[in-house]
Design a protein around this ligand. Structure first.
Ligand code: ADP
Length: 192
């Protein structure tokens, strides 16, 4: 089976992490969430985690070199052989280019980009109501992540929009199960 590599893109609070978890449980793909990886490093107090914390706590992007080398390392693990869902990566043009380069080692490419569309005010409501106790879910940090999302979109999406039919938009304003139905259908269409 050729590996499939799918990018989940969308604003904070759009639910892409939840959807990625559900899809990986059902379809056996691997979820690579750079936010989760940073939080794992942080929990283990690794040098990378402590470095990342400086940025995460302010709602800033962790520098590309740190982020890209973490993803490069993650891609060496055996569970990626069948493919992966990237959640929260890439977030810059340089990361998008680096991902293409990394996937060449799998003789592969980004198979699909699922764009979770959500108005910014809904995103804000969801994050303000999130009770996971994340250190970066403080109101001022949430505002910064929301404000910066447009810039993230402007640097990442042009990389993919030029490629025919690569980007699939999903209406993320609905309930988890309705969104999931669409996401699953999209992913199944590239697995078969
Ligand atoms: P959210 O999408 O809800 O903001 P994430 O868990 O995806 O949350 O990311 C949390 C934080 O981790 C980001 O605000 C940023 O500091 C850092 N981060 C995650 N992914 C990346 C990335 N690809 N590049 C740079 N920083 C990242």
């Amino acid at each position: 089976m050729t590996p499939v590599f799918i990018v989940f893109f969308g604003p904070p609070g759009c639910g892409k992490g939840t959807q990625a978890k559900k899809i990986t449980e059902e379809l056996g793909l691997t979820q690579i969430s750079t936010g989760d990886l940073f939080r794992k490093h942080l929990g283990e107090k690794t040098p990378l985690g402590l470095k990342a914390q400086e940025y995460m706590s302010k709602g800033e992007l962790v520098p590309d070199d740190i982020t890209i080398s973490m993803v490069r390392e993650r891609l060496q693990e055996p569970d990626v052989a069948t493919g992966a869902i990237f959640d929260g990566f890439p977030r810059t043009g340089a990361q998008a280019q680096a991902l293409d380069d990394l996937l060449k080692e799998f003789e592969s490419d980004v198979t699909m980009v699922v764009d979770f569309a959500l108005p910014i005010e809904i995103s804000r409501e969801r994050l303000m109501g999130r009770q996971e106790g994340r250190a970066d879910d403080k109101p001022e940090v949430i505002e910064k992540r929301l404000n910066d999302h447009q810039a993230v979109e402007d640097s990442v999406m042009p990389h993919y929009r030029g490629k025919a039919d690569l980007v699939k938009e999903v209406d993320a304003e609905r309930g988890i199960d309705e969104i999931y139905e669409d996401v699953r259908a999209l992913i199944q269409s590239v697995l078969n």
